[in-house]
Design a protein around this ligand. Sequence first.
Ligand code: ADP
Ligand code: MG
Length: 255
Amino acid sequence: SLQTDDLLTVQDVHVGFGEFTALDGAHLRIARGGITGMVGPNGAGKSTLFNVLGGQQAHQGGRVLFDGQDITHWSVHRRAQAGLTRTFQISREMGALTVLENLLLAAPRQPGEKLWHALLNTAAARQHEAQAMAQAQALLERVGLWRLAHERADSLSGGQKKLLELCRALMLKPRLVLLDEPAAGVNPVLVGEIADFIRSLQAEGMSFAIVEHNMDMIAALCDPVYVLAQGKVLTQGSFAQVSAHAQVVEAYLGG
Ligand code: ADP
Ligand code: MG
């Protein structure tokens, strides 16, 4: 009964904040191996949807399936272990740490987090640490940030911070990454580099959903594109298809 091409399915999800309805019966599908775009005006519910998928926001109705399993009541941690994660802006606290420290802190913990400190001096803990270090170095080299490994994260440019946010998510070896506005505040050259990086990760089998206002990035990377408005999916299809949709042009793209 499950469509095997769907890595993630959102069925009739509702989120209300008091009287206000942020998601009003959202339905969508994220294809395995694809890059799914999400666009829509401010307040459409895009970030709320990502919070629901990541497990940061409970929903009142509907359900979310990941790889055929109902994850509606799963914790953030359990979702991440299953391969579903989202990016987060580098917080003020993380900004004061180095680029490398940001990645090492994003590494998955040993099973049983309470044991972590007790394990610190064991061979197993040292091996785990060495693996995280090797993974962090490889990621930073790949995105050209290794030379900045010991700089504070808040000293990076907007685009470098976006790459760091993505690398933090990649430390968890995810299968699906949710990217909330990866091009926001990024100069056009680095937007192209970020897009290339996402495409090369896709070529390795990773799947993505991207919320973005930068239509060049959406057009270059995403198929299908979902258009959200007022907590619902207004339309979906290829970028060319949704661009041609009169309501979309009126509600968003033409504005
Ligand atoms: P988008 O990311 O598409 O701009 P959001 O998902 O951030 O939209 O927000 C959708 C609507 O829900 C907005 O009107 C926003 O003000 C409201 N909203 C989001 N989070 C909360 C919250 N925690 N409490 C109250 N209202 C919220
Ligand atoms: Mg948002």
